[in-house]
Write a protein that binds this ligand. Structure first.
Ligand code: SF4
Length: 484
C-alpha cells in the first residue's frame, strides 16, 4: 500500500473501509482457486492457520520446514518489521529458498514486484537464504480444453530475483515509513487526489473524500495530480474555481465551463445525428462473465463469455417492446446467445448500444467461430449507433460529474425510476451473481431469484437507453454552449 494514511486506517480503523462488493468477493474466491491449482505443481505442506493467528501460522511454518517439507504453501513469517504469507516457498536443491507469488493475472504489475520484494526482506530478516524469487502468472496462450487442467500449461513462471533484489532497499525504507505512520496517534494527513482511484478505488475513499465539494476537481476526467494539489493548496477544489492558467485538455475545459456557468453543452449537430436514426431502433445490452479458470472448453482465461442480452425495440410511432435472453443452464452460453440475438435483430433499422463493449463481445465470439456472431457484428457495423459516443461528443450537463456512463447520464437527463430498487446494480455484480446461480451452495429457489434479478437489471439497462435517447431528442432542439 503506497498511501501512508491507508496503511494507518487499515491497521487502526478497518471498520471505516467499504465492505467488499459481490464482484470483489468473487475475485477473491477466484484467486483462491488459482492458488489451489498452482500448489498442484509441488509436493508440499499447507499452513492452514489463518492470518488472524499469525503466531500459530508462523509456528506451523517452522515445524513444516524443520520436518523437511519440499515446499510450504501459505508459509507465515513474523519479524520485527513485518508479518508476511508466502504463497509457495520452495526448498531448492542447494537448501536455499525460492519465493513464488501466485497471481491470477496474465500481466506482471509493479505492485506484485513490491509484494515479492517485501516477502524477500522478511524472509532474509528471519534468517532464510532466498536464492530465487518468481511470479507465477497465467499463461497468455492457455486455452481450456476441459478438466483436469495441467497447471504447467496454465501457469508461466517469471523469474523476478534480480529486480526484487534491486528493489529491496527502497521497499525496506517504505516499510519503515509505514511503521512510523502506524505508530502515530493520528492518521497522517494525505491530500485526496487521483492516487486514491489508481489501480481500483481505495476502500477508504468515502471516509477521506467526505468533505470534498460536489464538483471536486478530481471529477475532471484524466485530471493531473499537480492541478488537484495546486487547487487544494489554494483552499478551493471546486471545478468552478479552476484558474484560467491551468493546463486543461479541451474536454476538461468544456466541463469546467459548464460547471462554472451552469449552462449545459448541447451541440448543434445533435439534432441531425438523432434525426438520421432509422426505425425500429433496437437498444441492446449484453452481460458477460469472465474467469481466471474458464468453465467451458475452447475459452481462454479472462475471455468475456456473454450469457444474457436485453433488447428494447422503439418503433417510429413511439411504441416500445422488449425482447430478452438469459442462458439458464451450466453449459456454454455462447452458441444460444448469438443465435437468439441475430433472430431478435432481424428487421432492425438502427442498433443502438452504449459504449464499445457489445461490439468487442461479438468480435470475441466471431473469433471463436461461434455461429451467427459475425452476422450480428456486421449488422451492428452497418446500422450501429454508439449512444455513449453521441453523448460524449455532443452533450455535457453539470450532473454528469465528469462521466458519460449510463449510470451518470441517465439521472441527469431523465426523471425516471432508473436503477432504483434493483438487487443487481452493475455489470460486475451481474457476472458474479450469474456464477453464483450455478454454485453447489445455491438452492434452486435462490437460482430462480438470481435469474429474475439478472433479467430485471439488463432490462432496466436497455430501457434506460430508450429514455436517454428520448431525452436527447428533446434537448437537441435547444443547442447551447457555456461559451454562448
Ligand atoms: S482515500 Fe486516498 S488518501 Fe484516503 S486512505 Fe485511500 S488512498 Fe489514502
Amino acid at each position: 500500500v503506497a498511501c501512508l494514511r491507508r496503511a494507518y486506517l487499515e491497521f487502526h480503523s478497518p471498520e471505516l473501509a467499504k465492505p467488499l462488493t459481490v464482484a470483489e468477493q468473487e475475485r477473491m474466491r477466484a484467486g483462491v482457486e488459482v492458488g489451489r491449482l498452482a500448489r498442484k505443481m509441488f509436493e508440499g505442506v499447507l499452513i492452514e492457520q489463518p492470518s488472524t493467528d499469525m503466531m500459530l501460522a508462523a509456528s506451523d511454518t517452522r515445524h513444516a520446514i524443520a520436518g523437511g517439507a519440499g515446499a510450504v504453501f501459505e508459509a507465515a513469517f513474523l519479524t520485527e518489521m513485518a508479518a508476511v504469507r508466502v504463497d509457495i516457498l520452495e526448498r531448492l536443491p542447494s537448501g536455499n529458498w525460492h519465493i513464488i507469488e501466485v497471481k491470477s493475472s496474465k500481466e506482471p504489475k509493479d505492485e506484485y514486484l513490491s509484494d515479492v520484494a517485501f516477502q524477500r526482506i522478511a524472509l532474509t530478516d528471519a534468517g532464510f537464504e532466498v536464492e530465487r524469487c518468481s511470479l507465477l502468472l497465467i499463461s497468455d496462450g492457455f486455452v481450456f480444453k476441459g478438466n483436469p487442467i495441467d497447471p504447467r500449461e496454465f501457469f508461466v513462471m517469471n523469474d523476478v530475483s534480480e529486480v526484487t533484489g534491486l528493489m529491496a532497499e527502497q521497499v525496506r525504507s517504505q516499510i519503515g515509513r509505514h511503521i512510523s505512520a502506524v505508530r502515530e496517534p493520528e492518521p497522517p494527513e494525505v491530500v485526496p487526489n487521483v492516487h486514491c482511484k489508481r489501480d481500483g478505488e481505495c476502500p477508504f475513499l468515502r471516509h477521506c473524500w467526505s468533505g470534498l465539494p460536489l464538483h471536486d476537481v478530481t471529477t475532471l476526467p484524466l485530471v493531473r495530480a499537480e492541478i488537484v494539489h495546486e487547487m487544494h493548496e489554494r483552499g478551493t477544489r471546486d471545478i468552478a474555481m479552476i484558474p484560467s492558467s491551468a493546463k486543461l485538455s479541451a474536454r476538461q475545459r468544456l466541463i469546467a465551463g459548464v460547471v462554472r456557468s451552469g449552462v449545459s453543452f448541447v451541440s448543434p449537430d445533435l439534432e441531425g445525428i438523432l434525426a438520421a436514426v432509422k426505425y425500429p431502433v433496437h437498444f441492446i445490452d449484453f452481460e458477460a462473465s469472465t474467469s481466471a479458470i474458464p468453465s467451458h472448453a475452447g475459452i481462454a482465461p479472462y475471455r468475456h463469455v456473454p450469457f444474457q442480452w436485453s433488447d428494447h425495440v422503439l418503433e417510429s410511432d413511439g411504441v416500445v417492446r422488449h425482447l430478452e435472453f438469459l442462458h439458464r443452464e451450466k453449459s456454454d452460453p455462447r452458441g444460444e446467445f448469438a443465435r437468439t440475438l441475430i433472430e431478435a435483430l432481424q428487421g432492425a433499422g438502427t442498433v443502438a448500444f452504449y459504449s464499445s463493449y457489445e461490439k468487442s463481445i461479438l468480435r470475441g465470439l466471431a473469433k471463436d467461430g461461434t455461429p451467427f456472431a459475425q452476422e450480428s457484428l456486421d449488422l451492428i457495423e452497418q446500422k450501429g449507433l454508439d449512444l455513449e459516443k453521441v453523448v460524449r461528443e455532443h452533450v455535457y450537463l453539470p450532473d454528469f460529474m465528469g462521466r458519460t456512463s449510463i449510470k451518470k447520464v441517465y439521472p441527469a437527463l431523465v426523471q425516471g425510476e432508473g436503477y432504483r430498487g434493483l438487487a443487481i446494480q452493475d455489470g460486475e455484480t451481474a457476472a458474479a451473481e450469474y456464477k453464483r446461480m450455478f454454485s453447489s451452495a445455491t438452492t434452486p429457489y435462490q437460482a430462480q431469484a438470481i435469474a429474475s434479478d439478472l433479467l430485471q437489471y439488463c432490462e432496466r439497462d436497455t430501457l434506460a437507453m430508450v429514455e436517454v435517447f428520448r431525452a436527447l431528442c428533446e434537448i437537441a432542439k435547444h443547442p447551447s454552449s457555456p461559451a454562448d
